[in-house]
Design a protein around this ligand. Structure first.
Ligand code: TTP
Ligand code: MG
Length: 362
């Protein structure tokens, strides 16, 4: 049975929020990012509206270059608090259309509506309704792709931006994807494009026309993935990244009970590193940090501290842990076990993180 998967992606998200809150900006090029400092600024464009894109501006472009192309643009600093609030409001609406909901970045999410619709006509109606509700309630526009697989739904949401709904029925996959450049498939970047092009493969249609064994022979594992995507055989499900998980924790019992502060601290450091491998992999932000200490005799204590915002910051966690540890009196007893728990979880805006960090560090 064919699945109905929607990929929802906000249009020029940060810029759209600024436009919503400052109607005087409407119709003007708006650029969110580092300060251009009359063309001498460092750092990059975070995003820009479609007006600014007409001048060739795009995310990750050096701000100095953006300024050269569009000196009359309105350059704004990002207001992450505002964007997080808008994102949360949108995600709640998207999630209200299906429990099979997976947020994948600050402005995009998949939902599976296979058990809500019986055909693609109904899927389109649902998508239009969802799109209108976001615009009415949050005041920004979203584009939606509907298809039998996640990868095609994602390509489809990008197809008719801004404010568009694109439906790709299974029987139209070849017609839809065929003429597109191969880089539309996630898994083919600038480098592999050169490699594919050398073998005479330029469009997704060229991939569809090859057999799977040929693709594997030419491009190995990557070729297999790409061929499956191109032919609508991506079976990945829409799933919550960390389900109903309320916290992440790790703890460790000492080989021998200890009262050596440095030994305790280095164990906590090790736990913090291990926990963060998981946190980074699963794109999780947290607000509350808890230190757990068990003393000899099995008496267990916990001490917590919460940040005002969600963070994903290993150094900050260690600082809090040291603070909590110093405040804690072991009453001359030795420590048997230590642990760290992170709770109050939220998904991180993963896709853009590095660019944001680049920007912030300038
Ligand atoms: P995107 O969805 O990639 O871009 P967008 O919403 O601005 O534009 P589009 O209409 O093409 O979807 O990213 C969402 C937000 O993440 C974007 O508004 C700003 C931020 N972002 C960065 O800060 N740096 C980046 O390099 C990218 C790609 C996005
Ligand atoms: Mg977007």
């Amino acid at each position: 049975m064919s699945r109905f998967i929607l990929h929802c992606d906000l249009d020029c998200f940060f810029a759209a929020v600024e436009e919503r809150d400052n109607p005087k900006y409407i119709g003007k090029p708006i650029i969110i990012g580092a300060d251009p400092k009359d063309g001498k600024g460092r750092g990059v464009v975070s995003t820009c509206n479609y007006e600014a894109r007409k001048f060739g501006l795009h995310s990750a472009m050096p701000i100095s270059q953006a300024y050269k192309r569009c000196p009359h643009g309105i350059y704004l600093h990002p207001n992450f608090e505002k964007y997080h609030k808008a994102s949360k409001e949108v995600m709640e609406i998207v999630n209200s259309y299906s429990d099979m909901f997976q947020q994948v970045s600050i402005d995009e999410a998949y939902i599976d509506v296979s058990d809500k619709c019986i055909n693609y006509k109904e899927v389109r109606e649902l998508a239009e309704k969802l799109k209108d509700e976001v615009q009415k309630k949050v005041g920004i526009t979203i584009s939606i792709g509907c298809a039998p697989t996640k990868s095609i739904a994602k390509i489809a949401s990008d197809h008719n931006k801004p404010n568009g709904v694109t439906v790709v029925k299974p029987e139209y996959i070849k017609k839809f994807l065929g003429p597109m450049d191969i880089t539309k498939i996630s898994g083919i970047g600038k480098k592999s494009k050169i490699y594919y092009n050398k073998k005479g493969i330029k469009t997704i249609g060229d991939i569809i026309n090859l057999t799977l064994p040929k693709m594997i022979q030419l491009f190995g594992k990557n070729g297999e993935w790409v061929w499956n995507v191109a032919n609508g055989f991506d079976n990945r499900e829409v799933k919550k990244l960390h389900g109903d998980r309320k916290s992440i924790s790790k703890e460790c019992t000492f080989y021998e009970d200890t009262d050596d502060f440095n030994v305790i601290l280095s164990k906590l450091e090790e736990i913090n590193n291990r926990i963060h491998k998981n946190v980074i992999k699963n794109k999780i932000h947290y607000k509350t940090i808890t230190l757990k200490i068990r003393l000899e005799g099995y008496i267990t204590y916990t001490r917590s501290k919460s940040f005002t915002h969600h963070v994903q910051d290993k150094k900050k966690v260690l600082k809090v842990i040291i603070e909590l540890l110093k405040q804690f009196s072991t009453m001359n007893k030795k420590v048997r076990l230590v642990g760290i728990r992170l709770s109050n979880l939220e998904k991180a805006p993963s896709v853009t993180q590095t660019t944001l960090i680049n920007y912030l560090e300038v």
